[in-house]
Each structure stands twice: as C-alpha cells, then as structure tokens.
Design a binder for this molecule. Structure first.
Ligand code: NDP
Length: 458
C-alpha cells in the first residue's frame, strides 16, 4: 500500500483549473473523508499573501459547502508561495515547505509543465513524491514520448498520475459494475451482437473565453484524443481479473493499442466543423471566428466526429464513432451501444423492429435500455419500451475521485505513459488529413445539431 500524500502542492494555483475544479473537488473530498489530513501549498506567479490565498480556497470550498475537521485543518495550515516553478531553486524551496510525502499537481499550461519537469531533474525529490499531470499530455506522439522519458528519470511510473477526470466520472465508473457484475451484458458485448458503438459529448457552451487554450487545440485534441478515447477503452476492454491499477491499465492499453481510424482512411472517416453565429437557449453566440482571441487562420474545429475500429477478435468490424462539439443545440453526453437486429422475428408480429439500444448517459447519470416489446393494445403489434435507471450523482465530483486516488497513491484512474502515447498515435492520421486540407471544415450554426449531411448518430 502506497504512503498517503501529506502535502499537496498545486503549481499554477492562480489558474482557472485550480479555482474552478481542483479546490471545490478537494473541499468535497475532505468533507466526505473527514479523517484525512492534507496540507495544501499553492504556488504561482501572482504575488498573493497567505491570507489572499486562504480566502480563495475558502471561496472555492464554499461552492460545495465544504465543512468539517479535515476542511478546518487544511484551511488553518494552507499557504501560498509566489514562485517561478520552472526554476530548480524555487522548486527546491517549495518542496522544503512540504512535510511527509508530497504530490506536485501541475495545473499549468502544457509548455510550462514540460519546463518544470526539466527543472525537476536538478531537484532531489522526497521519497514517494507523486506527480499529477494534466491533459493535453504533449502535443503529439513524439513529444509525449519525450515527456514520458523525462518523467521516468524523476519518479517510478506508478507515482505518475496523468489526469483524465472523465475516468473519475461516476457513470464511467458504473460501466465496470454494469458490464462485469451482471450475467446479461458481457456475453453479448462483442461484434457478434453489437452493430456499433457511439460516444458523444456535445455541449451547448461555446468558447467561454478560453481561446488562448482552445484555439490551439480544437475539439479533436481537447476531447477525442484524451477523454473520449479513455471512455472507449473502458467500454471495449476485456474483463479485468481485479480492479487493481495494473489490471485496469493493462486492459485499457490492449484496447488502445488495437484502435485505429476505421479502414485507416481518415479522409473518409473523419469530419470537422466550426460554428457560425446562432442562438442557443435564448443566447446569441457569435461565429467562432469572431470570438475574442480566435485566429481564423488556424482553422480550428469546434466539432469533430471520427469513426474508429478496435482491431481485436471481440470488436472486428464494429465502428466506434467518437464525437464532440461546442455550441450544439442540445447537450448530449452518452455512450450508445446499438445491438444487431434479432436473428428472426416470427411471422405475424407486426410493427417496426428496431435495434435494441443501451444508452449510458453522463450527467444526468442514467442508463436506458430501449427494447421491442408487445406493448399495450394489439398484442401482435411491436412497440418500444424503455427501461431506465438513474444512477444519481456520484458521491464525489469527477475531480474529487481523481484527487482521492492521487492522495492515496492509487493510479488506477490515471493514464499510463504508453497509453498517453497511443492516444496521439490513434489521432495522428486525422490531424494530418485535416492539416493537409483533405477533409473540409464544415460550417454549422450555433444552436443546430451540427452539419446536416454528416453520418447520423443514433
Ligand atoms: P491557466 O492559464 O488558467 O492557469 C495556469 C496557471 O499557471 C496560471 O495561474 C499561471 O500564472 C501559472 N503559471 C504559468 N507559468 C508559471 C510559472 N513559470 N510559474 C508559476 N506559475 C505559472 O490554465 P488552466 O488552469 O485553465 O489549465 C491548467 C492545465 O489544466 C492545462 O494543462 C489545461 O489544459 C488543464 N485543464 C484545464 C481545464 C479547465 O477547465 N481550466 C480542464 C481540464 C484540464 P500567471 O497567469 O500568473 O502567469
């Protein structure tokens, strides 16, 4: 059992991730696990006093009504250091303030993260130090491999947490129970019975002032390359023997190593779009290219849809479509499993025979199974019945799950180094086809469902 982290050091403590996601998640975690004791050190380039920092932590905690002895103890002891964390001396100073086993959370822009890792090579790290790195991990396979190489000189792989908070989402966690703790799904969870798998994360939000990051990433890198490929891996993995990090991460790695763009044809199997002016829920959104900070010449997509194949016995021939977009009229976050048609429907049963469909929805967390049944009225007529189960909100925010595992030294929800590289390998042909102009950048009005002529997702 790994030593629990006693000091959490957030590098980039003045940024958006820290205030909006990390601190509320930490407050919630400490409220729930009130015997946990962790000291929090913030570090950033802002010249804040300890009192200013404490106020920020308190404000973020208040958003989740954080309370209790663990919260009080953290608020009592938390401190902030103004530091340029790309400098070995300043990192040494920070680590000198830590007690027990520390975790360094890189809430930093990716280019700064790389420089900090280089600087850490000149710093003696305390025994057991954990490193938590945000996405995007590198900018392509080569840079991800180089970053992995550097990190491997700092700490062992099982002390590296490449964060993908989608894996902390309670619905993604529920996939394990649904698939592996029931008799009825796993025997049909394969190409013989499943026609297609779709993983969709469409949101109504537009750019939300994040041009500085998003305009250089786009939907493919921001969502598909990281989060949605991780969800694909959990959806398609072989049953692990245990929930131990090694078993889970091996199983995910096997899926991702077998994943590629369908038919190795990125031109035919990928689509990219960019929103134009439109209305969503009463708000008017400007065209993406008119949003503040956007460089239209970059040709950044705000909607990406790609068909992949998982080239294994279990999944031979089954398309896995991943899609994510901004400024879409209806928010839709789900995994859709479409089963093949019944082998034969008895003559005399009338009505449409539609495929059985399992929808696993993320927020609200729910599962629905759409079936053909002899509904009310004419008993020979087929109707559609829907079985629905609400999972309810998870006990913790997705970042709370992830932080809990970081503090406990359990990397099972984090992305292993080889897998991070695989995810870049998988999307590389799409990035190339788009860069070469082989796939048109289609327009769609904000508030629409995306370009009307793209392949539909059921
Ligand atoms: P921000 O740009 O908001 O924050 C980055 C912080 O790092 C700033 O406070 C900045 O301080 C600080 N910083 C930069 N350089 C240094 C330095 N040399 N020494 C000390 N501090 C420094 O980014 P985000 O918080 O949005 O994102 C951080 C990471 O999290 C990124 O990798 C992002 O991709 C990832 N992420 C973000 C999400 C989000 O919703 N924000 C969601 C999921 C992942 P200053 O401005 O004063 O220079």
């Amino acid at each position: 059992m790994a030593e629990a982290v006693q000091t959490l050091i957030i590098l980039g403590a003045g940024g958006d991730l820290t205030s909006r996601l990390l601190l509320p998640a930490l407050g919630q975690l400490l409220t729930k696990e009130d015997s946990r004791r962790v000291t929090l050190l913030g570090a950033g380039s802002q010249a804040w006093s300890a009192a200013q920092w404490k106020d920020r932590v308190r404000e973020a905690f208040a958003t989740v009504q954080a309370e209790g002895p663990a919260v009080d103890a953290l608020l009592e002891s938390t401190d902030y250091l103004t530091a340029d964390v790309t400098k070995p001396d300043e990192l040494r100073g920070l680590l000198g303030e830590a007690h027990g086993t520390p975790a360094l959370y890189f809430a930093l822009p990716p280019a700064v993260t790389k420089r900090v890792c280089d600087a850490l090579a000149d710093v003696e790290l305390p025994e057991g130090t954990r490193l938590a790195l945000e996405k995007p991990f590198g900018t392509d396979r080569r840079s991800a491999a180089a970053l992995n190489g550097r990190i491997a000189t700092l700490v062992p792989e099982n002390q590296v947490h490449r964060i993908d908070h989608f894996l902390g989402n309670s619905t993604v966690q529920n996939l394990f129970g649904l698939r592996f703790a029931n008799r009825i799904f796993e025997p049909v969870w394969n190409a013989e019975h499943i026609a297609r798998v779709d993983i969709v994360f469409d949101e109504t939000l537009g750019l939300e002032n994040r041009a500085g990051y998003y305009d250089h990433a786009g939907a493919l890198i921001d969502m598909l390359q990281s989060h949605l490929l991780q969800v694909l891996a959990v959806t398609a993995m072989e049953p692990p023997a245990t929930m131990h990090a090694d078993d889970l991460r091996d199983a995910k790695g096997i899926v991702l190593r077998a994943t590629r763009v369908r038919d190795d044809d990125a031109e035919a199997n990928s689509h990219r779009g960019r929103y134009t002016k439109g209305k969503i829920e009463g708000r008017t959104l400007p065209s993406y290219v008119d949003e503040e900070g956007v460089d239209p010449a970059l040709g950044t997509e705000t909607l990406a849809q790609v068909e992949f194949a998982v080239d294994t016995w279990r999944w031979a021939g089954v398309p896995f479509t991943l899609r994510s977009g901004k400024a879409i009229g209806v928010s839709r976050h789900e995994i859709v499993i479409t089963f093949r048609d019944a082998q034969r429907v008895p003559t005399g049963l009338r009505g449409p025979v539609r495929p059985t469909r399992l929808r696993i929805t993320l927020g609200p967390d729910r599962m629905t199974l759409e079936l053909n049944t002899n509904g009310p009225g004419d008993p020979r007529h087929l109707d559609r019945s829907v079985l629905q189960a609400d999972f309810g909100p998870g006990g913790l925010l997705a970042y709370g799950e992830v932080l809990g595992q970081l503090l406990d030294g359990d990397p099972s929800l984090s992305v292993r180094g080889d897998t991070a590289e695989e995810c870049w390998r998988i999307v590389a042909p799409v990035l190339k086809a788009w860069r070469d102009g082989d796939v048109p950048l289609d327009d769609y009005p904000a508030g629409s469902e995306g370009p009307a002529d793209w392949p539909a997702i059921p």
